[in-house]
Ligand binder design. Structure first.
Ligand code: NI
Length: 252
């Protein structure tokens, strides 16, 4: 199985990371695309990727950390984006849930990082929270970019627009929450070739681990839930999502 979005560089993994990495190998987790969110976490992500063959890096500055780009520009990010194990730009996007960084600033750096991804021909991991309309409007201005909406939280109608733009979505532990009615509809409706699995570890652990530290070890719980919603086997979910992830991201 492949986890297209995790934060194994998070402090919550510091005490037992080596042990967890061994467990991931033993469990047959084939790839983890670890996402940076700030310059510091991108550096940690690249180190993890350099030390572990099955870990790949997404490098990008998260909407609420775009103040770093205001200060220092894109030079360091571009350097990191050119590293051999960088498989994507991300996570980048818009987050209007918290207004810690003004929306025009978030938008400016979303544009700039999409341009970097296009120039380096890298797919993009998008974070969009309470900002679907503006996210889609910006992506429409960048028709040559492609990638995934991670932890997709939009409606079934927005999903159509995401698909029309040629983008994919990844779904994580929230799909196992019984009150996630819309996401469960989305998980059943998304075409098989546009779906990937993620954990967003250490956040958003699936049922029955909800509230605990999440890890890619819980991918099977997510795959099983999606399989039930689509009326197919977990093995089939694993097969199609692995295929999609390897086609989108260069994780040889
Ligand atoms: Ni994330």
């Amino acid at each position: 199985m492949i986890d297209v979005h995790a934060h194994l560089d998070d402090a919550r993994f510091r005490s037992d990371l080596q042990e967890l990495l061994e467990q991931l190998r033993a469990a047959g987790i084939r790839r983890v695309l670890n996402s940076g969110s700030s310059h510091a976490s991108c550096r940690k992500t690249l180190k993890l990727a350099a030390e572990n063959d099955f870990i790949y890096a997404a490098v990008g500055i998260y909407p609420h950390d775009t103040g770093e780009l205001e200060q220092n520009g894109m030079e360091e990010l571009e350097k990191m984006a050119r590293c051999p194990k960088t498989a994507a730009i991300g996570e980048i996007g818009l987050d209007y849930y918290y207004d810690t960084v003004a929306r025009p600033i978030q938008q400016k750096w979303f544009h700039a990082q999409l341009e970097l991804a296009e120039r380096l021909r890298l797919p993009v991991v998008v974070h969009s929270r309470d900002a679907m309309r503006d996210t889609l409007a910006i992506l429409r201005e960048h028709p040559r970019n492609t990638g995934i909406f991670h932890c997709y939280s939009g409606s079934v109608e927005s999903l159509r627009e995401v698909l029309d733009l040629g983008w994919s979505i990844s779904i994580g532990g929230v799909v196992t929450f019984k009150n996630a009615r819309v996401l469960r509809e989305v998980a059943a409706a998304v075409p098989a070739d546009r779906l990937m699995l993620e954990t967003d570890s250490p956040y958003l652990a699936p049922t029955p681990y909800r509230g605990k530290r999440n890890s890619p070890l819980y991918l099977p719980e997510i795959a099983a839930e999606i399989a039930a919603l689509r009326g197919i086997t977990p093995e089939e979910v694993e097969r199609i999502t692995d295929e999609n992830a390897l086609r989108m991201f260069k994780m040889a």
